[in-house]
Design a protein around this ligand. Structure first.
Ligand SMILES: [Zn+2]
Length: 951
């Protein structure tokens, strides 16, 4: 159970509520028709509510939204949203809104003790990823996605929602058991971010109640609160007038509505109802400043928050304003991304955007991460860009590109409206219920956006900067590493910088757009020499005249999505240690440099309004291409692929910029305890092998631009051993001409290459390694086993089962029984090539003095499985979960792309997926026990422990 961190350290992005949603043109409400039928839109017209959802309010005040949606088939998602969160706590209840959220998983009227989780796991629902909940200042939300093809489960799912709404048992013993779990959740959140947040929250939240009601609460209250306090909170706030049920899925809405009426009508309002006040953060009409430091912060960050009242979105005109803001944000992002590609960028990262803040507030938020020791120049450079925008505005060409992008997004959403996932509808109704945000139907949202986009004027977008970029209600927040403490500026100094920027001359932005075609030379078409069916996966394998293989699998999982993946053996394994850093960074540098006759900046502009993304990669044993496109973008996608083979570039500007920024971000990497820990783990496992080291400032110096480009070219010089897999909504005859023109024409010398087995293996004998680093009193533990593996379908499914049953046992023991951890889990991985190997690990965070007892408990659970085999019921849970997951996978383009590609890459039987259920059904306690005995051998165990600094 997570609680939402209300504010992240980095700047907050605005919620893009427009344009990303769309669906069936069913009967529109009269209100919607009125909005859409007019030639000229009346901006003061109210936005119509989504007519595709069944909604209502019961007499007791309980609200529901029910919508039929058949993607994915046989599934339904249920949410219970509540207008209650930590802001409603009193001084004695700090942390109890969130605590209560946990208690809803620890004893309900119809599911006492742990029965809820137990029951749902048996039905194939995954705890944590499917079944979950969160608590924030103003809301608490519970989520439950379940299969809808099992009537009993559907019935019970509704009962769970009903119990969550008002029937938590709040048994004293269960409350006491949960205290440890929540204290561990709090401990896990401790670190540099939280220490800084504690300091800046009072300022950025203007000293409002919000700054005193963080959802996680205080240690003292979490440890000592009396049962009566949490029961009182439950009684006061878990009530029908503050709750809404949202159900979206493959169901009959009318039948479900009847059930909801029966099940929820008996909920009662408490006798004396406290008023649910709307809390605010009042504007102080002054500017604020704070400069703070922390020893574990690796670089300096400066943030400017300009606060103002949030705009309500009720009318067509309001909706139009939101579109303007979004266009504005997009153009700012474009400007900064261009700046970052200068050979010597003025900062490591910078940007700005208008977005929602907390409660009633909006912010215009500016951020800069300067290069080490260059705060003043970085800050000024960031501000200068906003001065430039204020003085000259954006250009019409910038606006045109942003509009094209937005138009494309709107159209894509509309085209895919009948393939939209049930989960993605939930927020529309949740935000409508909790925050009064508009909930437009797919049809209205599409048509409104289509009609409004062409009406957006440059001077209007330019006007936004004048409205939002003001010097009142402005907070300036500077955070730096401890060693910079003495150099952190005073408020006077920073105001001086602001003034200096305002007084300096600034020139207009020049929009550089290339008129050259992407490729300098058009390819010479090749041919498809053979074609055969791969019946098992309904795909076709083509062999091209240059030797390239292409596997085509057309699907109807999406209406307009095509995914592409290609590989060829080789990779960095073919280069010496001295060349390794140039080789391993080559593809990302090339990817950042544009392609053919276009620099990256030009390429980004060229691709505006297109749904195309193609990138090259070089990994340890392979090089290749990955990406996706829609039908309209096919030609561009293939041009890009051809370009990455024949006309790659590695621009000096991009190289220098990347190095400068990487150096800045790595300079203080060892102030982060996790980096110190990770370095040590790698050293123990792989000695000082350069191919397993983390990137450092020193390794950066070993990257040579010319060598990187030469290696890249060498990797992509011979396409004859490339295998392309293309999955998605294409027509075979439509795609073949592109394949002949752009793939069959790729250079091929038929050099017949393979990768090299580098033989980098973990030691066969384990050891205990303790690293001391970090200020917080917390520990992090990784238990791990490595070794040779007997790769087979049977071994693999049993390894997966072991991971699953051990995770269940670890949660029951370390979390539920001992209250020693918040999260704990086992993880298995295995591979066939270059030689069959496995890795199996168990990880958790805890209190320092609990580390050893918890390791003992974890290993005791391992031993139990080895001695007695796992519980049969846990195997059943694993099989149920996998069966349900499998049903979903088989309807995803991404799943088939990986499946087919890895079948070729690893030389695996392409029919194996048809045996998945059979293999799952063969798993027994005995077969899993054998796997545990075989692979989790005591002498192979590594215990990696991160502890705080020794005193
Ligand atoms: Zn939690």
């Amino acid at each position: 159970m997570r609680f939402i961190k209300p504010l992240a350290l980095a700047f907050l992005l605005p919620a893009t509520f427009y344009g990303v949603e769309a669906k069936m043109p069913t009967s529109l409400t009269t209100q919607a028709r009125a909005v859409l039928s007019q030639d000229s839109l009346a901006l003061n017209q109210k936005l119509p509510f989504d007519n595709e959802v069944v909604t209502g309010k019961l007499k007791n005040g309980f609200t529901y939204f029910i919508r039929k949606n058949i993607e994915p088939k046989g599934r339904v998602t249920m949410y219970l949203g509540m207008k209650a969160g930590s802001i409603l706590e009193n001084e004695k209840q700090l942390g109890l809104a969130h605590f209560l959220e946990h208690m809803n998983f620890n004893g309900l009227k119809h599911f006492p003790k742990n029965e809820l989780v137990n029951y749902l796991q048996k039905a194939g629902v995954r705890f944590g990823s499917d079944l979950n909940a969160y608590t924030s200042f103003d809301q608490t939300v519970y989520q439950l996605p379940i299969p809808s093809d099992d009537p009993e489960l559907l019935e019970n799912g509704l009962q769970v929602m009903r119990d969550w709404a008002q029937d938590a048992l709040l048994d004293g013993e269960e409350i006491d058991k949960e205290r440890g779990v929540i204290l561990e959740e709090k401990r896990g959140g401790r670190g540099v971010q939280q220490r800084l947040q504690d300091q800046y929250f009072p300022m950025v939240l203007n000293g409002s109640l919000y700054s005193k009601r963080l959802p996680i609460g205080t240690e003292e209250i979490l440890k000592t609160f009396p049962y009566t306090e949490i029961r009182k909170f439950h009684q006061d706030w878990y009530r029908p007038d503050l709750q809404a049920l949202i159900i979206v899925g493959d169901i009959d809405p009318k039948a479900i509505e009847e059930k909801v009426k029966v099940l929820f009508s008996d909920m009662t309002m408490p006798k004396k109802v406290p008023q649910r006040k709307e809390y605010r953060v009042d504007l102080l009409n002054k500017n604020q400043f704070l400069a703070i430091s922390d020893p574990e912060l690796p670089y300096t960050v400066a943030q400017v928050l300009i606060k103002n009242e949030k705009d309500k979105v009720l009318t067509v005109g309001d909706y139009r304003n939101e579109l303007l803001k979004n266009i504005f944000n997009q153009m700012i992002a474009g400007r900064f991304s261009e700046l970052m590609q200068q050979p010597n960028p003025p900062f490591m990262q910078a940007g700005g955007s208008i977005g929602d803040f907390v409660a009633n507030l909006n912010t215009f938020s500016l951020l800069v991460v300067p290069k080490p020791g260059e705060l003043e120049s970085g800050f000024k450079a960031m501000l200068t860009e906003f001065e430039r925008i204020q003085k000259y505005g954006f250009t019409q060409t910038e606006l045109d590109r942003a509009l094209a992008d937005m138009k494309k997004g709107n159209e894509m959403a509309y085209i895919e409206r009948d393939k939209k996932k049930s989960d993605s509808y939930v927020n529309r109704y949740l935000n409508y219920f909790i925050d009064n945000e508009p909930a437009l139907s797919n049809e209205v949202s599409y048509r409104l956006t289509t009609q409004l986009l062409p009406t957006l004027k440059l001077e209007e977008v330019n006007g936004l900067v004048k409205k939002y970029y003001t010097d009142l209600n402005r907070d300036i927040l500077i955070m730096g590493p401890e060693k910079e403490k003495a150099n952190l500026p005073t408020e006077q100094a920073v105001l001086g910088w602001v003034k200096a920027v305002e007084d300096s001359p600034v020139s207009a932005y020049e929009d550089k757009v290339s008129n050259l075609p992407l490729l300098s030379k058009e390819p010479t078409k090749g041919t498809i020499v053979s074609s055969k069916d791969i019946g098992a996966v309904q795909a076709k394998e083509l062999v091209l005249s240059n030797g390239v293989k292409v596997i085509l699998k057309p699907t109807d999982f999406k209406n307009d999505e095509i995914q592409i993946m290609a590989y060829s053996p080789g990779g960095t394994s073919l280069y010496t240690d001295a060349d390794y850093f140039s080789a391993s960074n080559a593809s990302s540098l090339v990817d950042a440099s544009g392609v053919g006759q276009m620099s990256n900046v030009e390429l980004t502009k060229y691709l505006a309004g297109k749904e195309v993304s193609i990138s090259p990669y070089i990994s340890e044993r392979y090089e290749g291409i990955s990406g996706s496109t829609d039908k309209e973008g096919l030609k561009n996608a293939f041009e890009l692929i051809y370009g990455y083979f024949t006309e790659p570039r590695l621009d000096t500007d991009v190289f220098q910029s990347t190095m400068t920024r990487a150096k800045g971000s790595l300079e203080n990497r060892l102030s982060n305890p996790n980096n110190v820990f990770s370095d040590k783990v790698k050293e123990v496992l792989y000695g000082n092998n350069v191919r397993r080291q983390n990137a450092t400032v020193e390794t950066l110096t070993k990257i040579e631009r010319d060598r990187a480009l030469a290696i890249y070219k060498e990797r992509f010089a011979d396409a004859s051993d490339f295998v392309f897999t293309i999955v998605g909504s294409f027509d075979e005859n439509e795609i073949k001409p592109f394949i002949e023109t752009y793939l069959a024409s790729l250079p091929a010398s038929k050099r017949g290459e393979n990768y090299k087995d580098l033989n980098i293996l973990e030691p066969s004998k384990g050891e205990r390694v303790v690293v001391h680093k970090g200020k917080e009193e917390k520990a992090s533990t990784q238990l791990a086993y490595y070794g040779d593996y007997n790769y087979s379908e049977n071994e693999n499914v049993n390894m997966e089962a072991l991971e699953s049953v051990l995770t269940i046992k670890l949660l029951e023991r370390l979390r539920e029984k001992e209250g020693g951890v918040y999260g704990v889990g086992a993880r298995a991985s295995f591979n066939k090539l270059p030689k069959p190997r496995y890795a199996f690990s168990i990880g958790f965070g805890s209190a320092v003095d609990k580390t050893d007892p918890l390791i003992s408990s974890a290993l005791d659970e391992v031993k139990k499985i080895q001695d007695q085999g796992p519980d049969k019921v846990d195997i059943e849970k694993f099989v149920a979960e996998q069966k349900r997951q499998n049903e979903l996978n088989l309807r995803e383009n991404g799943y088939w792309l990986n499946y087919i590609s890895s079948s070729y890459q690893n030389n695996l039987d392409i029919n194996r997926y048809t045996r998945r259920m059979e293999n799952l059904n063969k798993v027994t306690p005995k077969s899993v026990q054998e796997i545990a005995e075989k692979y989790l051998k005591k002498e192979r165990l590594f215990e990696f422990i991160l502890m705080p600094d020794s005193k």
